[in-house]
Design a protein around this ligand. Structure first.
Ligand code: NDP
Length: 527
């Protein structure tokens, strides 16, 4: 049995004594059985320790799963509208603590404060949306093909949901998964990314305060290998929802497939913006710069390819470079900052590798280097916003997800070539087109092979009440958000109630002609 820790409500941001936070299991804050911890640090200044977090292992996961199983019968028996009321309270608490949560997020994840506020807001939005689902959760009520018979379908919870989340939306994504899982009557074991455990702790504190019964939501911090894999392997966790890289997603999929688990995967993207000759270039430049360099390019929906018609390319590029040059790099907590740090040193190295490739195979027109010599930025993971011209669709720069502030420009002769280039990737999350021609816009809505398409807006900015997710290698067909998210966490049950008081045989007794024939044959009729 692990040691019980004092419940800890953090004042957010970095605390001077770098506190230690527990797992949250069965309604209690607990130390890991192994006693090991790991640190989380501020990516804008890695000298600042956010806190120490439990390095969980399979034994901690087993305890969390047990707690979630124990909480399941009472939670699934709680009427869905009542479950929704607790979700609503959680959303209201997030709204009340929005600024505190956003500042903590900026400290731990690095994104600029306005974007952290947006991340928290997404959590609030999904909490309210799913609270409402507690009073809807539509199934079908349809006529039966037989007389005196009732036909309907309802959703029911699957069981314990294992949720594995990334660092780039450290509050929105856990909420996107927890809220639909909970409102539909599942209980949860959450494993957040090891770069942002504090954000998860802060959320779970509010989960507790909102009144979710003990064991309904359990948090286990620690590595993918030691915590993530045991969750996926657990025979008592029948549904897994994962957001992260393709590599990890495929590994999880292989394990889940062997155990026939329900699995929702939201993986990478290589999102493109098509700019037509008739586009409003000022509008396009604003959308491209925001989509490419917002969140330092670390959004799954970030734009990393601009596919521009040749006659417009030089004019667009000149404006893009001009606007990019004005972006201010710095800590996300500084109101003057446009672009914050990358999440960690490995991310800087990855972007640097692709910048090297760009130098060899294409042409860097702005940026291209890590920044560690400017005053105030020496201890952070900063990289210049970078634009590369002359990229071909099948180049690695045009194909690989870089997940940083590096934008490739691909020049094409016409719309058809633009569509080919846009779709020539293994991913299919988000896309956009800038055009003033309605016909072209509608063709793009039809032709772009992505789960999200924007017209005259960048590739980012999804709203929580529509399905979110991608085609092809971006996922496995499931969706977050909207009522589509309920499909991940529920089993359908079709129910037939026969109140005729006699045997009725579907597909047999409903054929009017046969019925007549049978009546002729034996005088009794099929019924
Ligand atoms: P990872 O796949 O490395 O990690 C995601 C989560 O999975 C983390 O919690 C991580 O834990 C955990 N994990 C790592 N290895 C395993 C494993 N073997 N088994 C189980 N869990 C594991 O991705 P990143 O954190 O680097 O996130 C960036 C990636 O996520 C990008 O490729 C991005 O496109 C994608 N993403 C996709 C989104 C979408 O909706 N399509 C949204 C956001 C990101 P730990 O942190 O401890 O390693």
């Amino acid at each position: 049995m692990t040691q019980t820790l004092e419940p800890r409500v953090s004042e957010a941001e970095t605390e001077p004594d770098a506190p230690t936070f527990g797992h949250f299991i069965g309604g209690e804050w607990r130390a890991s059985g192994s006693g090991r911890t790991f640190e989380s640090r501020d990516p804008a200044d890695t000298r600042r320790v956010i806190g120490h977090f439990q390095a969980g292992d399979a034994a901690d996961v087993a305890e969390a799963v047990r707690a979630a199983e124990q909480a399941l019968p009472a939670w699934r028996a709680t009427p869905a509208p009542k479950r929704g009321e607790i979700l609503y309270r959680f959303g209201a608490l997030m709204a009340q603590h929005k600024e505190r949560l956003a500042r903590a997020m900026t400290s731990e994840m690095g994104k600029v404060l306005a974007e952290s506020r947006g991340d928290v807001q997404e959590g609030i939005d999904i909490a309210y949306l799913m609270a409402g689902e507690g009073r809807r959760m539509f199934g079908d009520t349809v006529p039966s093909e037989l007389p005196d018979k009732w036909a309907m379908s309802i959703r029911q919870p699957i069981g314990v949901a294992g949720l594995i989340t990334p660092w780039n939306f450290p509050m929105a994504i856990p909420c996107w998964k927890m809220m639909p899982a909970l409102v539909t009557g599942n209980t949860v074991v959450l494993k957040p990314a090891s770069d942002t455990p504090h954000c998860a702790v802060l959320l779970v504190e509010l989960i507790h305060e909102a009144g979710f019964p003990p064991g309904t939501v359990n948090l286990v911090t620690g590595s993918g290998e030691e915590v993530g894999i045991p969750i996926v392997e657990s025979p008592d966790v029948p549904v897994i929802s994962f957001t992260g890289s393709n590599e990890t997603g495929k590994r999880i999929a292989a394990i889940a497939a062997r155990r026939l688990k329900r699995l929702s995967l939201e993986l990478g993207g290589k999102n493109g913006i098509v700019v037509m000759d008739d586009a409003d270039l000022d509008l396009a430049v604003d959308g491209i710069v925001w989509s490419a360099f917002g969140t330092t390019g670390q959004r799954c929906t970030a734009c990393s390819r601009v596919i521009v018609l040749e006659p417009t390319a030089d004019a667009l590029l000149a404006r893009l470079v001009e606007k990019t040059a004005t972006l201010s790099l710095g800590p996300g907590s500084d109101p003057a900052t446009d672009v914050g740090p990358l999440i960690n040193a490995a991310a800087v190295e990855k972007v640097e590798r692709y910048a090297g490739l760009a130098r060899d195979e294409a042409r860097i027109v702005i940026g291209g280097s890590p920044v560690n010599d400017r005053p105030g930025l020496e201890h952070g993971h900063f990289f210049e916003p970078t634009i590369v011209d002359g990229v071909r669709p099948m180049d690695r720069l045009g194909q690989d997800e870089i997940f940083g502030p590096l934008l490739s420009i691909i020049r094409v002769p016409d719309y058809d070539a633009a569509v080919t280039a846009l779709n020539q990737t293994r991913y299919g999350l988000s896309s956009s087109i800038y055009t003033r021609d309605t016909n072209t816009a509608f063709r793009a809505m039809r032709d772009f092979e992505t789960g999200i398409v924007y017209v005259n807006a960048g590739t980012i900015g999804a709203e929580t009440h529509l399905p979110f997710g991608g085609w092809k290698g971006t996922g496995n067909g499931h969706r977050e958000a909207g009522h589509a998210a309920l499909d991940t966490y529920t089993e359908w049950k079709s129910i037939y109630v026969d109140y005729s008081g006699r045997l009725q045989r579907a597909q047999i007794d409903n054929q009017i002609d046969d019925q007549a024939d049978e009546q002729d044959d034996d005088g009794r009729g099929a019924r």
